[in-house]
Design a protein around this ligand. Structure first.
Ligand SMILES: [Zn+2]
Length: 221
């Protein structure tokens, strides 16, 4: 397939802009580039301030203490993973267990089991991005006990193996915890069905983060 990189990049930047506005709540300038020889687009951000901030997404969302730069970093990585997949013309993972098994298999051994992943396929790219970021921390290791959706957002319960790996520093452990928390925050702006930018919808007897298209499909069904 031939990718129109210029068009794809415009769309990727637009998506990232929507997600960051919802999560960070102040203007962030995004400069993107995507060359045919690169597997994924790259983004440079300016305007992400350090320090925690309450999410602007929804009153239902709890306050969080994670540095918003980690949130921005994970949102960027998620967009990169998503557009690398879209560029390769890969479909959104189908509901069912197949994508979960693949995700667990691709993660470092022991980090995730397909059986503990009970979220929708739209969050597959977010999970891949978080696993990548954690894997880049020297000595990092996690064991996931539960990964589910609660009140619309993702809850990822994982801990460091005991005793922790020798190369893993306390700073590394803190960063793992921040990335796990950030994954829940980024999920507030990510459609659980398809991974496009989404919003929390609680207008029926359920709460779910959905993009406009998937929200309409449910409304019409
Ligand atoms: Zn969707």
């Amino acid at each position: 397939m031939t990718i129109d990189y210029e068009l794809a990049l415009v769309r990727a930047v637009a998506e990232l802009d929507v997600v960051l506005r919802r999560l960070i709540g102040h203007p962030v300038s995004i400069v993107g580039s995507w060359l045919p020889e690169q597997p994924r687009p790259t983004f440079a951000l300016t305007g992400v301030l350090a320090g925690p901030r309450e999410p602007v997404q929804t009153e239902a969302a709890p306050a969080y203490a994670t540095d918003r730069r980690v949130v921005a970093e994970l949102a960027v990585r998620t967009t990169q993973v998503r557009w690398e997949r879209v560029g390769a013309d890969l479909e959104v993972p189908e509901p069912g267990v197949g994508w979960r098994g693949q995700l667990a298999e691709d993660a470092p051994e022991g980090w995730l089991r397909a059986g503990v992943i009970s979220v929708g396929p739209g969050w597959a790219d977010l999970l891949r991005a978080a696993v990548e970021l954690i894997h880049e921390i020297p000595g990092a290791a996690i064991e996931t006990s539960d990964l589910k959706q609660k009140y619309g957002s993702m809850r990822w319960y994982a801990r460091c193996p005991v005793p922790p790996p020798r190369r893993l520093t306390p700073e590394g452990q803190a960063r793992i915890a921040a990335i796990l928390e950030a994954s829940g925050i980024v999920s507030w702006a990510t459609c659980e069905d398809c991974g496009a930018p989404g919003k929390l919808h609680d207008d029926r007897d359920w709460i779910q983060v959905l993009c406009g298209r998937h929200h309409r499909e449910i409304e019409e069904s």
